[in-house]
Ligand binder design. Sequence first.
Ligand code: UDP
Length: 452
Amino acid sequence: RYAFGCVILTPDGQEIRKSGSGSDSAGVAIRNVAGEMLGSMTAVNWAIENKYPAVEIRYDYEGVEKWVTGVWRAKTPLTSKYAAHMQEAGKKVLVLERRSHIGGNCYDEPDEHGILIHNYGPHIFHTGIEEVYQYLSRFTDWYVFGHEVVAKVGDRLIPVPFNLNTLHMVYEKEKADALEQKLIAAYGEGSRVPIMKLRENEDPDIREIAQFVYENVFLKYTMKQWGQKPEDISPEVTGRVPVLVSYDNRYFQDKYQGVPKEGFTPMFERMLDHENITVETGVDCKERLRFEENQIYFDGTPFDGEVIYTGALDELFDCQFGRLPYRSLRFDFEHYEKESYQGHSVVNYTVSEDFTRITEFKYLTGQKNTDGTTIVKEYPFAYTGAEGEIPYYAILEPKNQELYEKYRALAGGLPHFYLLGRLAEYKYYNIDAMTKKAMELADAIMAENTKR
Ligand code: UDP
């Protein structure tokens, strides 16, 4: 066993004594420290229950503070549980969600045939960022797979991103071998070359490959997706799908990739399942929040806590400088009473059709024993702000960025007001980058709080 005793001194002169003990083996193994951690948690819990806004802890072992502030990394299950408890203690979070469900565009649910679908288009998690993977893994196991995409070009399905396998499919052997050597000599084995860079190469043979890829993979798809040619959109966008000088058919090269084993929605449910977190769906935050002369009002009273806004920034300010442009999508779901529709999770239509791609969900989620199969076709269009339309993609152009900055300036003076996400930041984030940004913001808020 290990035990603690603590004396709590209140500002009005009361002296409260508490003591307790534990007998779990992890605690017993470090019993002098375990007692101090238990005593500190008891004092903090008591202060919260009795509505004291702050508590000053006098302790002996420096880990009692340093694990919580993050100066020391809490490495064992016991110390990290302690750190999490102390960091989360007393912090209350209210999530206001305009839609009728949580999870944003990652939301997934079984359709009427029992097939798990991604209601807002295919979402595949992929990351090389260890802490993002570890963090999300607290809330889910994974269905792990190397995501592969093929493009329908004429009667053929060719691997995308265009890679050395694709090269050997579209050119006869001798030519393909020669081109492979040229690509390796120019860029190095395993390199990732954005199509717009490849097109600048001075070697006519490499430019021929670039032209093939441009015409058969990028031009029509990009025209559908953005209403613009590849050369007229931000290179960041086409750069997401570079030409790969390797035989790797995967769409992403990140170490971790897959989807949450039971779906994204259960992962978010577990994330939000905390006694200090309240979720209200079907609530527009503008019904509850008001901004006046750099003061935030919540339900009519001044609010000094942190507000993290993840919606479209122009809408928050009634689009007073005009709407921020976005691309939207219409999703057409179709169900077929057959085992398989296309045999692939995603087929891109890069030279024909009005839709950009077809996703067949069972190949994306790993769902077994389904009754039939469900697919979705994506039809892009320009977002107008009309009722029911959803802004999916910011359009990364200097003039749009300038307009965004005008809105950001309006938000700039609000204390403890943070913008986070694709919409609020007007950025093209992947799930992992977004998770990292959210983790960094949470850390920054925690650090700011310990100072406040
Ligand atoms: N793209 C393309 N053809 C393809 C795949 C991608 O032209 O077969 C271009 C297109 O402009 C697209 C961009 O590359 O918008 C980024 O593709 P990604 O698959 O990353 O788009 P997302 O899945 O985010 O819609």
